[in-house]
Write a protein of this length. Sequence first.
Length: 392
Amino acid sequence: MDAIRHHSFGPPEVLTLEQIPDPVPGPGEVLVDAVAHGVHLLDTSIRRGEAGPPLPLPSLPTVPGREIAGTVAEVGPGVDASWTGRRVAAHLGAVPDGGGYARRVVVAAEKLHAIPDGPDGAPLDPADAIAMIGTGRMAVYTLDIAAVTAADVVVVTGAAGGLGPLFVQEALRSGARVVALAGGAAKLKILQDLVPDALPDVSPDAPIDAPTDTLPATSTDTLSGSDRLTLVDYSEPGWLDTARAALGPSPATLVFDGVGGELGTAATSLMDAALLNTTPPDKTLSDATAQDATVLDMAGSRLVAYGWASGAPNRYTSWAGADRIESPIEVRYAVGPDAPPMPDQRPYQERALAQAASGRWRVATHRVPFAEAARAHRELEERRTTGKVVLV
Ligand SMILES: NC(=O)c1ccc[n+]([C@@H]2O[C@H](COP(=O)([O-])OP(=O)(O)OC[C@H]3O[C@@H](n4cnc5c(N)ncnc54)[C@H](OP(=O)(O)O)[C@@H]3O)[C@@H](O)[C@H]2O)c1
């Protein structure tokens, strides 16, 4: 069968298409003919040979990947034969050498999810299903931690990545105002197209006062049917001022940050009312470091931290160690050393699949032909993807 393997750690080119023997399902297992394979930023770190939590490095050679969708080709001893021929998706587990970048994959039957029908009555696309099985489940889990309400003013970093669009859609559906931050107009356009046509009325006490007519030119406009979303290209100079203009006098109350570093830190400063309202007109927020705000006014605000795609921590989190900015904001960790242990993930997978099946979440995928796994990794590392990256 076809599989993507690497025999050494290194650049994307170490990923090569090879022929390896078909696996055979043992007791309690099934063999899946896979047609969609999830790709993670974490896969790129492992490929480079960067050990660290949450996964150790695999022994080599290895077949990366932990998420697959396809059709059950064969069942092993003790498995209900009615699985044969069914469309399924599965997460192979928190292991570094998951074996997911392979066209035939053995999976424990208990990990299978039957792919549900989508909003049009046809089975959910396997790539969309696989986006829900790992990334979607993380979105559900993180949204539970965040507890978005209609009164929230939400900022999302990396809003056009795998997780970001799900946070944006769900926050809008909850009635919150949302400032979505991503790098580049093309990404923002795709994000805009994902936003639900029909959004709920917002409760009268929600702080909907975005001065959209004052937005600088670097911001795309708000969406039809909703004045609650502002898209900001944070690869543009002055983006922080654009975001501040979108917020108006009210600071953000909730930041979703999976990027960390300077971008995550700057985005979090949008929760600082003191900084928002006192920065002199001749000094842009981009100039003012969050440290300049001697009186931080962030009580009641929460930062939900679920990653550091930039490679550096958000300085409002304890990941930053000694360099941490002390503030009264509540940091809620979904991942990382200060996060609570992850509960059983299966219910979160089921809820994520249900979100896509009902059409409540529109799923964005960046699809790359299976044989071009190296390209998928390179594009992910170079921030040239939008949505969940899937090998097909
Ligand atoms: N997906 C999951 O299941 C999962 C689970 C646990 C934790 N996480 C963490 O959550 C974060 C987001 O995950 P995701 O699946 O949405 O990732 P993703 O699809 O790779 O998106 C991450 C986004 O971060 C931004 N970014 C900023 N600096 C970057 C850099 N140096 N390299 C790559 N991307 C960079 C990119 O958007 P811009 O170019 O627009 O800034 C990119 O779209 C990551 O830190 C990830 O480790 C994800």
